[in-house]
Ligand binder design. Structure first.
Ligand SMILES: *Cc1c(COP(=O)(O)O)cnc(C)c1O
Length: 477
Protein backbone atom coordinates (compact mmCIF):
# COMPACT_ATOMS: atom_id res chain seq x y z
CA UNK A 1 0.00 0.00 0.00
CA UNK A 2 1.45 3.31 -0.90
CA UNK A 3 1.80 5.91 1.79
CA UNK A 4 -0.03 9.03 0.66
CA UNK A 5 -1.07 12.14 2.54
CA UNK A 6 -4.40 13.94 2.31
CA UNK A 7 -5.42 17.42 3.40
CA UNK A 8 -7.93 17.85 6.23
CA UNK A 9 -9.83 20.26 3.95
CA UNK A 10 -10.14 17.70 1.16
CA UNK A 11 -9.30 19.98 -1.77
CA UNK A 12 -5.64 19.21 -2.38
CA UNK A 13 -4.14 16.33 -4.36
CA UNK A 14 -2.57 13.53 -2.31
CA UNK A 15 1.18 13.77 -1.72
CA UNK A 16 4.09 11.58 -0.68
CA UNK A 17 6.13 12.08 2.50
CA UNK A 18 9.02 13.97 0.89
CA UNK A 19 6.63 16.11 -1.14
CA UNK A 20 5.19 17.53 2.08
CA UNK A 21 8.43 17.47 4.07
CA UNK A 22 9.58 21.02 3.31
CA UNK A 23 6.14 22.61 3.02
CA UNK A 24 3.62 23.85 5.55
CA UNK A 25 -0.12 23.97 4.99
CA UNK A 26 -1.71 22.11 2.09
CA UNK A 27 -2.69 24.43 -0.82
CA UNK A 28 -6.34 24.38 0.35
CA UNK A 29 -5.31 25.65 3.80
CA UNK A 30 -5.62 22.26 5.50
CA UNK A 31 -3.09 20.06 7.28
CA UNK A 32 -1.71 16.84 5.88
CA UNK A 33 -2.45 13.46 7.45
CA UNK A 34 -1.87 9.90 6.25
CA UNK A 35 -4.66 8.71 3.95
CA UNK A 36 -4.99 5.76 6.35
CA UNK A 37 -3.20 5.21 9.64
CA UNK A 38 -0.83 2.27 9.35
CA UNK A 39 -1.73 -0.55 11.74
CA UNK A 40 0.63 -2.36 14.07
CA UNK A 41 -0.06 -6.04 14.65
CA UNK A 42 0.39 -7.83 17.94
CA UNK A 43 3.31 -9.72 16.41
CA UNK A 44 4.98 -6.43 15.46
CA UNK A 45 4.46 -5.00 18.93
CA UNK A 46 6.10 -8.10 20.39
CA UNK A 47 9.00 -7.68 18.00
CA UNK A 48 9.36 -3.94 18.66
CA UNK A 49 9.32 -4.27 22.43
CA UNK A 50 13.02 -5.05 22.72
CA UNK A 51 14.30 -2.56 20.14
CA UNK A 52 16.67 0.28 21.00
CA UNK A 53 15.28 3.74 20.25
CA UNK A 54 16.84 4.20 16.81
CA UNK A 55 15.64 0.82 15.56
CA UNK A 56 12.16 1.46 16.94
CA UNK A 57 12.13 4.88 15.25
CA UNK A 58 13.05 3.23 11.95
CA UNK A 59 10.30 0.61 12.36
CA UNK A 60 7.64 3.22 13.19
CA UNK A 61 8.67 5.84 10.63
CA UNK A 62 8.97 3.24 7.84
CA UNK A 63 5.22 2.87 8.17
CA UNK A 64 4.81 6.51 7.13
CA UNK A 65 7.58 6.98 4.57
CA UNK A 66 7.93 5.13 1.28
CA UNK A 67 9.91 7.57 -0.85
CA UNK A 68 13.25 7.57 0.95
CA UNK A 69 15.32 4.42 0.32
CA UNK A 70 15.33 2.28 3.48
CA UNK A 71 19.09 2.29 3.86
CA UNK A 72 19.19 6.10 3.66
CA UNK A 73 16.33 6.50 6.13
CA UNK A 74 17.98 4.07 8.52
CA UNK A 75 21.33 5.88 8.35
CA UNK A 76 19.67 9.23 8.95
CA UNK A 77 17.68 7.97 11.96
CA UNK A 78 20.72 6.20 13.40
CA UNK A 79 22.64 9.48 13.29
CA UNK A 80 19.78 11.36 14.96
CA UNK A 81 18.94 9.26 17.99
CA UNK A 82 22.30 8.83 19.69
CA UNK A 83 23.37 9.20 23.29
CA UNK A 84 25.68 12.06 22.27
CA UNK A 85 22.80 14.11 20.80
CA UNK A 86 20.46 13.32 23.73
CA UNK A 87 23.23 13.79 26.23
CA UNK A 88 21.50 15.43 29.19
CA UNK A 89 20.04 12.32 30.83
CA UNK A 90 19.73 12.58 34.61
CA UNK A 91 22.11 10.77 36.91
CA UNK A 92 21.20 7.12 37.13
CA UNK A 93 19.53 6.98 33.72
CA UNK A 94 20.86 5.02 30.79
CA UNK A 95 21.60 7.66 28.13
CA UNK A 96 21.29 5.01 25.43
CA UNK A 97 17.55 4.86 26.18
CA UNK A 98 17.22 8.35 24.58
CA UNK A 99 13.87 8.74 26.41
CA UNK A 100 14.45 7.09 29.81
CA UNK A 101 11.37 6.31 31.90
CA UNK A 102 11.83 7.39 35.52
CA UNK A 103 9.38 5.93 38.03
CA UNK A 104 8.36 8.39 40.72
CA UNK A 105 6.45 5.61 42.44
CA UNK A 106 4.96 2.37 41.19
CA UNK A 107 2.44 3.27 38.49
CA UNK A 108 3.57 6.88 38.06
CA UNK A 109 6.39 7.61 35.64
CA UNK A 110 8.09 10.51 33.90
CA UNK A 111 9.10 9.92 30.30
CA UNK A 112 12.20 12.06 29.84
CA UNK A 113 11.90 13.73 26.46
CA UNK A 114 14.11 16.73 27.22
CA UNK A 115 17.62 15.36 27.15
CA UNK A 116 18.47 16.86 23.75
CA UNK A 117 20.63 19.92 23.08
CA UNK A 118 18.06 22.56 24.11
CA UNK A 119 16.55 20.74 27.11
CA UNK A 120 13.01 20.58 25.69
CA UNK A 121 11.06 17.80 23.99
CA UNK A 122 11.00 19.72 20.70
CA UNK A 123 14.50 18.37 20.06
CA UNK A 124 13.03 14.86 19.71
CA UNK A 125 11.46 15.80 16.37
CA UNK A 126 13.54 18.78 15.33
CA UNK A 127 16.85 16.91 15.29
CA UNK A 128 15.33 14.42 12.86
CA UNK A 129 13.86 17.24 10.79
CA UNK A 130 17.33 18.81 10.41
CA UNK A 131 18.73 15.58 9.01
CA UNK A 132 15.68 14.99 6.77
CA UNK A 133 15.85 18.54 5.38
CA UNK A 134 19.58 18.27 4.65
CA UNK A 135 19.05 14.92 2.94
CA UNK A 136 16.21 16.21 0.76
CA UNK A 137 18.08 19.39 -0.21
CA UNK A 138 21.29 17.50 -1.01
CA UNK A 139 19.29 15.40 -3.49
CA UNK A 140 18.16 18.42 -5.48
CA UNK A 141 20.90 20.94 -4.68
CA UNK A 142 18.19 23.41 -3.63
CA UNK A 143 18.65 25.93 -0.83
CA UNK A 144 16.25 26.65 2.00
CA UNK A 145 16.06 29.76 4.15
CA UNK A 146 14.09 29.00 7.28
CA UNK A 147 12.34 32.01 8.76
CA UNK A 148 10.79 31.75 12.20
CA UNK A 149 9.61 33.70 15.21
CA UNK A 150 10.24 32.43 18.69
CA UNK A 151 9.68 33.30 22.30
CA UNK A 152 12.02 30.52 23.38
CA UNK A 153 11.82 26.76 22.84
CA UNK A 154 11.01 26.40 19.14
CA UNK A 155 13.66 28.81 17.91
CA UNK A 156 16.52 27.32 19.86
CA UNK A 157 15.45 23.79 18.99
CA UNK A 158 15.36 24.71 15.27
CA UNK A 159 18.76 26.39 15.42
CA UNK A 160 20.42 23.44 17.15
CA UNK A 161 18.84 21.09 14.60
CA UNK A 162 19.91 23.12 11.55
CA UNK A 163 23.32 24.45 12.62
CA UNK A 164 26.05 23.55 10.17
CA UNK A 165 23.66 21.87 7.72
CA UNK A 166 24.38 22.27 3.99
CA UNK A 167 22.01 24.39 1.90
CA UNK A 168 20.06 25.59 4.96
CA UNK A 169 20.09 28.95 6.67
CA UNK A 170 18.00 29.92 9.68
CA UNK A 171 16.72 33.46 10.26
CA UNK A 172 15.14 33.50 13.72
CA UNK A 173 13.28 36.53 15.04
CA UNK A 174 12.90 36.97 18.79
CA UNK A 175 11.60 39.90 20.84
CA UNK A 176 14.62 41.86 22.08
CA UNK A 177 15.18 41.38 25.80
CA UNK A 178 12.04 39.31 26.37
CA UNK A 179 13.51 35.81 26.59
CA UNK A 180 15.21 34.50 29.70
CA UNK A 181 18.98 35.04 29.89
CA UNK A 182 19.51 31.31 29.55
CA UNK A 183 17.30 31.01 26.46
CA UNK A 184 18.92 34.07 24.89
CA UNK A 185 22.37 32.67 25.54
CA UNK A 186 21.43 29.29 24.12
CA UNK A 187 20.48 30.87 20.81
CA UNK A 188 22.81 33.83 20.55
CA UNK A 189 25.97 31.94 21.51
CA UNK A 190 25.76 29.82 18.36
CA UNK A 191 28.60 30.87 16.07
CA UNK A 192 27.57 28.79 13.07
CA UNK A 193 27.60 30.92 9.92
CA UNK A 194 24.24 29.53 8.71
CA UNK A 195 22.40 30.74 11.83
CA UNK A 196 21.13 34.33 11.97
CA UNK A 197 19.58 35.58 15.20
CA UNK A 198 17.57 38.77 14.81
CA UNK A 199 16.49 40.51 18.03
CA UNK A 200 13.46 42.58 17.08
CA UNK A 201 12.61 45.81 18.90
CA UNK A 202 9.09 44.70 19.83
CA UNK A 203 7.13 41.82 21.30
CA UNK A 204 6.64 38.24 20.12
CA UNK A 205 3.53 39.14 18.12
CA UNK A 206 5.55 41.70 16.13
CA UNK A 207 7.97 38.93 15.22
CA UNK A 208 5.16 36.65 14.19
CA UNK A 209 3.54 39.39 12.11
CA UNK A 210 6.80 39.89 10.22
CA UNK A 211 7.02 36.17 9.45
CA UNK A 212 3.45 36.32 8.14
CA UNK A 213 4.15 39.42 6.06
CA UNK A 214 7.22 37.83 4.48
CA UNK A 215 5.34 34.57 3.83
CA UNK A 216 2.53 36.49 2.16
CA UNK A 217 4.99 38.13 -0.24
CA UNK A 218 4.89 35.20 -2.64
CA UNK A 219 7.50 36.59 -5.03
CA UNK A 220 10.01 37.13 -2.21
CA UNK A 221 9.16 33.78 -0.68
CA UNK A 222 9.82 31.98 -3.93
CA UNK A 223 12.95 33.93 -4.89
CA UNK A 224 14.61 33.30 -1.52
CA UNK A 225 13.11 29.85 -0.94
CA UNK A 226 11.66 30.78 2.44
CA UNK A 227 10.49 27.85 4.56
CA UNK A 228 9.35 27.27 8.13
CA UNK A 229 9.70 24.61 10.79
CA UNK A 230 6.51 25.27 12.72
CA UNK A 231 4.60 22.65 14.62
CA UNK A 232 2.18 21.80 11.80
CA UNK A 233 5.04 20.13 9.93
CA UNK A 234 3.96 16.52 9.46
CA UNK A 235 7.44 15.06 9.95
CA UNK A 236 7.58 16.61 13.42
CA UNK A 237 4.33 14.93 14.40
CA UNK A 238 5.50 11.62 12.91
CA UNK A 239 8.79 11.69 14.84
CA UNK A 240 6.87 12.22 18.08
CA UNK A 241 4.81 9.03 17.59
CA UNK A 242 7.92 6.94 18.30
CA UNK A 243 8.29 7.82 21.98
CA UNK A 244 4.73 6.81 22.82
CA UNK A 245 5.74 3.29 21.74
CA UNK A 246 9.04 3.51 23.61
CA UNK A 247 7.33 4.77 26.78
CA UNK A 248 4.66 2.09 26.54
CA UNK A 249 7.24 -0.71 26.29
CA UNK A 250 9.26 0.74 29.18
CA UNK A 251 6.19 0.85 31.43
CA UNK A 252 4.82 -2.63 30.72
CA UNK A 253 5.89 -6.24 30.55
CA UNK A 254 3.50 -7.40 27.84
CA UNK A 255 1.54 -5.88 25.01
CA UNK A 256 -1.90 -6.29 26.47
CA UNK A 257 -1.46 -3.97 29.44
CA UNK A 258 -3.11 -0.56 29.10
CA UNK A 259 -1.16 2.61 29.85
CA UNK A 260 -2.29 6.25 30.09
CA UNK A 261 -0.25 9.28 29.02
CA UNK A 262 -0.47 12.81 30.35
CA UNK A 263 0.66 15.49 27.90
CA UNK A 264 1.40 19.19 28.62
CA UNK A 265 -0.22 20.77 25.58
CA UNK A 266 -0.21 23.98 23.58
CA UNK A 267 -0.38 23.55 19.81
CA UNK A 268 -1.66 19.97 20.11
CA UNK A 269 1.35 18.52 18.24
CA UNK A 270 2.61 16.24 20.98
CA UNK A 271 -0.74 14.77 21.97
CA UNK A 272 -1.74 14.45 18.31
CA UNK A 273 1.19 12.04 17.95
CA UNK A 274 -0.25 10.08 20.91
CA UNK A 275 -3.64 9.98 19.23
CA UNK A 276 -2.03 8.55 16.09
CA UNK A 277 -0.03 5.96 18.09
CA UNK A 278 -3.31 4.87 19.69
CA UNK A 279 -5.03 4.76 16.29
CA UNK A 280 -2.22 2.48 15.04
CA UNK A 281 -3.10 -0.04 17.74
CA UNK A 282 -0.85 0.86 20.68
CA UNK A 283 -2.84 -0.06 23.84
CA UNK A 284 -3.20 3.47 25.21
CA UNK A 285 -6.08 3.82 27.61
CA UNK A 286 -6.22 7.55 28.18
CA UNK A 287 -4.61 10.56 26.56
CA UNK A 288 -4.81 13.24 29.22
CA UNK A 289 -4.47 16.75 27.85
CA UNK A 290 -3.06 19.31 30.29
CA UNK A 291 -3.19 23.05 29.70
CA UNK A 292 -2.18 26.03 31.80
CA UNK A 293 -4.43 29.08 32.27
CA UNK A 294 -4.64 29.28 28.47
CA UNK A 295 -7.26 26.57 28.47
CA UNK A 296 -8.76 26.73 24.98
CA UNK A 297 -8.21 22.98 24.49
CA UNK A 298 -9.40 21.99 27.95
CA UNK A 299 -12.56 23.97 27.27
CA UNK A 300 -13.16 22.02 24.06
CA UNK A 301 -12.66 18.60 25.62
CA UNK A 302 -14.99 19.49 28.48
CA UNK A 303 -17.71 21.34 26.60
CA UNK A 304 -17.42 20.67 22.87
CA UNK A 305 -16.88 24.38 22.22
CA UNK A 306 -13.68 25.41 20.44
CA UNK A 307 -13.22 29.12 20.98
CA UNK A 308 -9.74 30.38 20.01
CA UNK A 309 -8.75 33.49 21.94
CA UNK A 310 -7.44 36.81 20.76
CA UNK A 311 -3.84 37.74 21.54
CA UNK A 312 -5.06 40.14 24.22
CA UNK A 313 -6.74 37.23 26.00
CA UNK A 314 -3.66 35.04 25.91
CA UNK A 315 -2.01 35.11 29.31
CA UNK A 316 1.74 35.10 29.89
CA UNK A 317 2.20 32.25 32.33
CA UNK A 318 5.03 30.44 34.06
CA UNK A 319 4.65 27.57 31.55
CA UNK A 320 5.19 29.93 28.60
CA UNK A 321 5.60 27.31 25.86
CA UNK A 322 1.92 26.46 26.37
CA UNK A 323 0.69 30.05 26.11
CA UNK A 324 -1.33 29.27 23.02
CA UNK A 325 -4.70 30.74 22.07
CA UNK A 326 -5.24 28.76 18.87
CA UNK A 327 -3.92 25.21 18.62
CA UNK A 328 -2.42 24.81 15.17
CA UNK A 329 -2.51 20.98 15.07
CA UNK A 330 -6.00 20.61 16.52
CA UNK A 331 -7.58 20.44 13.06
CA UNK A 332 -5.85 17.08 12.56
CA UNK A 333 -7.73 15.54 15.48
CA UNK A 334 -11.05 17.15 14.56
CA UNK A 335 -10.72 15.66 11.06
CA UNK A 336 -10.70 12.20 12.66
CA UNK A 337 -13.39 13.10 15.20
CA UNK A 338 -15.85 14.09 12.45
CA UNK A 339 -15.22 10.83 10.62
CA UNK A 340 -12.72 12.38 8.19
CA UNK A 341 -15.44 14.42 6.55
CA UNK A 342 -13.43 17.26 4.94
CA UNK A 343 -16.57 19.28 4.17
CA UNK A 344 -17.37 19.41 7.89
CA UNK A 345 -13.80 20.46 8.70
CA UNK A 346 -14.00 23.22 6.07
CA UNK A 347 -17.25 24.50 7.57
CA UNK A 348 -15.82 24.47 11.12
CA UNK A 349 -12.59 26.25 10.13
CA UNK A 350 -14.51 28.80 8.09
CA UNK A 351 -15.74 29.94 11.47
CA UNK A 352 -12.35 29.68 13.19
CA UNK A 353 -10.49 31.47 10.39
CA UNK A 354 -13.12 34.19 10.51
CA UNK A 355 -12.33 34.78 14.18
CA UNK A 356 -15.27 32.73 15.48
CA UNK A 357 -15.85 29.54 17.43
CA UNK A 358 -17.62 26.22 16.86
CA UNK A 359 -19.68 23.98 19.07
CA UNK A 360 -19.81 20.21 18.61
CA UNK A 361 -21.50 19.48 21.95
CA UNK A 362 -24.83 18.39 20.49
CA UNK A 363 -23.34 16.27 17.70
CA UNK A 364 -22.81 12.50 17.85
CA UNK A 365 -19.15 13.18 17.03
CA UNK A 366 -18.53 14.84 20.37
CA UNK A 367 -19.82 11.75 22.16
CA UNK A 368 -16.89 9.88 20.59
CA UNK A 369 -14.28 11.91 22.52
CA UNK A 370 -14.24 9.26 25.24
CA UNK A 371 -13.84 6.48 22.69
CA UNK A 372 -10.69 8.27 21.51
CA UNK A 373 -9.40 8.11 25.08
CA UNK A 374 -9.24 11.86 25.68
CA UNK A 375 -9.61 13.55 29.06
CA UNK A 376 -8.43 17.04 29.98
CA UNK A 377 -7.75 19.57 32.70
CA UNK A 378 -5.94 22.83 33.35
CA UNK A 379 -3.74 24.30 36.04
CA UNK A 380 -2.72 27.62 37.50
CA UNK A 381 0.57 29.13 38.63
CA UNK A 382 -0.24 28.12 42.22
CA UNK A 383 -0.86 24.54 41.04
CA UNK A 384 2.52 24.49 39.30
CA UNK A 385 4.34 25.67 42.41
CA UNK A 386 2.52 23.11 44.57
CA UNK A 387 3.23 20.28 42.11
CA UNK A 388 6.92 21.16 41.74
CA UNK A 389 7.21 21.19 45.55
CA UNK A 390 5.32 17.94 46.00
CA UNK A 391 7.35 16.03 43.41
CA UNK A 392 10.58 17.41 44.88
CA UNK A 393 9.60 16.59 48.48
CA UNK A 394 8.06 13.18 47.81
CA UNK A 395 10.43 11.84 45.17
CA UNK A 396 13.52 14.05 45.16
CA UNK A 397 12.95 14.84 41.49
CA UNK A 398 12.93 18.39 40.14
CA UNK A 399 10.46 19.01 37.32
CA UNK A 400 9.88 22.07 35.18
CA UNK A 401 6.69 24.13 35.03
CA UNK A 402 5.24 22.50 31.88
CA UNK A 403 5.82 18.99 33.17
CA UNK A 404 4.19 20.10 36.44
CA UNK A 405 1.01 20.99 34.53
CA UNK A 406 1.05 17.46 33.09
CA UNK A 407 1.64 15.76 36.43
CA UNK A 408 -1.10 17.75 38.16
CA UNK A 409 -3.78 17.07 35.56
CA UNK A 410 -2.59 13.51 34.90
CA UNK A 411 -2.97 12.53 38.54
CA UNK A 412 -6.58 13.75 38.54
CA UNK A 413 -7.31 10.92 36.13
CA UNK A 414 -4.95 8.28 37.50
CA UNK A 415 -6.55 4.82 37.82
CA UNK A 416 -5.47 1.89 39.95
CA UNK A 417 -3.73 -0.76 37.90
CA UNK A 418 -3.07 1.50 34.89
CA UNK A 419 0.41 3.03 34.76
CA UNK A 420 0.36 6.79 34.15
CA UNK A 421 3.24 8.17 32.11
CA UNK A 422 3.71 11.93 32.33
CA UNK A 423 5.66 13.38 29.41
CA UNK A 424 8.54 15.56 30.60
CA UNK A 425 8.58 18.35 28.03
CA UNK A 426 11.42 20.50 29.41
CA UNK A 427 14.12 20.43 32.08
CA UNK A 428 13.84 22.79 35.07
CA UNK A 429 17.10 24.57 34.15
CA UNK A 430 15.16 26.49 31.48
CA UNK A 431 12.72 28.03 33.96
CA UNK A 432 14.90 28.95 36.90
CA UNK A 433 12.79 31.84 38.21
CA UNK A 434 9.78 29.63 38.93
CA UNK A 435 11.98 26.90 40.39
CA UNK A 436 13.43 29.45 42.81
CA UNK A 437 9.92 30.58 43.69
CA UNK A 438 8.77 27.01 44.33
CA UNK A 439 11.81 25.49 45.98
CA UNK A 440 13.97 28.42 47.01
CA UNK A 441 16.93 26.87 45.23
CA UNK A 442 18.61 26.92 41.82
CA UNK A 443 17.61 24.28 39.28
CA UNK A 444 20.17 21.67 38.34
CA UNK A 445 21.91 22.60 35.12
CA UNK A 446 23.75 20.17 32.85
CA UNK A 447 27.50 20.66 33.19
CA UNK A 448 28.09 21.52 29.54
CA UNK A 449 25.71 24.47 29.87
CA UNK A 450 27.38 26.00 32.91
CA UNK A 451 28.37 29.59 32.20
CA UNK A 452 26.60 29.69 28.82
CA UNK A 453 25.47 33.27 29.60
CA UNK A 454 29.12 34.40 29.49
CA UNK A 455 29.89 33.12 26.00
CA UNK A 456 30.23 35.63 23.13
CA UNK A 457 26.92 36.27 21.39
CA UNK A 458 26.17 36.69 17.70
CA UNK A 459 22.97 38.55 16.76
CA UNK A 460 21.58 41.59 14.95
CA UNK A 461 19.12 44.06 16.48
CA UNK A 462 16.46 45.38 14.12
CA UNK A 463 13.24 47.36 14.13
CA UNK A 464 9.93 45.51 13.75
CA UNK A 465 9.87 46.36 10.06
CA UNK A 466 9.18 43.61 7.52
CA UNK A 467 10.85 45.50 4.67
CA UNK A 468 14.08 45.94 6.60
CA UNK A 469 14.07 42.28 7.60
CA UNK A 470 13.50 41.19 4.01
CA UNK A 471 16.53 43.29 3.12
CA UNK A 472 18.59 41.53 5.79
CA UNK A 473 17.54 38.11 4.50
CA UNK A 474 18.30 39.10 0.90
CA UNK A 475 21.76 40.31 1.93
CA UNK A 476 22.61 37.11 3.83
CA UNK A 477 20.77 34.39 1.89
C1 LIG B 1 6.07 23.24 22.77
C2 LIG B 1 5.98 22.84 24.20
C3 LIG B 1 4.79 22.30 24.76
C4 LIG B 1 3.51 22.16 23.96
O1 LIG B 1 3.58 21.15 22.98
P1 LIG B 1 2.51 21.13 21.77
O2 LIG B 1 3.03 20.09 20.86
O3 LIG B 1 2.55 22.51 21.17
O4 LIG B 1 1.19 20.81 22.36
C5 LIG B 1 4.81 21.90 26.08
N1 LIG B 1 5.92 22.04 26.84
C6 LIG B 1 7.06 22.56 26.36
C7 LIG B 1 8.22 22.72 27.25
C8 LIG B 1 7.14 22.97 25.02
O5 LIG B 1 8.28 23.49 24.54
Amino acid sequence: MSKRYVSTRGNSPTRSFTEILLGGLAPDGGLYLPEVYPQVSRAELDEWRGLPYHDLAFAVLSKFIDDIPSADLKALIDRTYTASVYRHARAGDNPKDITPLRWLEPGLGLLELSNGPTLAFKDMAMQLLGNLFEYALDKTGAQLNILGATSGDTGSSAEYAMRGKHNIRVFMLSPEGKMSRFQTAQMFSLQDTNIFNIAVRGVFDDCQDIVKAVSNDHAFKEKYRIGTVNSINWARVAAQIVYYFKGYFAATKSNDEPVSFSVPSGNFGNICAGHIARSMGLPIRRLILATNENDVLDEFFRSGVYRPRATAQTWHTSSPSMDISKASNFERFVFDLVGRDAATVRALWDKVDGGGAFDLSSTPNFARIAAYGFASGSSSHADRLATIRRVWNDYGVMIDTHTADGVKVGQQYQEAGVPLICLETALPAKFDATIREALDREPERPLDLEGIEDLPQRFAVMDADATAIKGYIAAHA
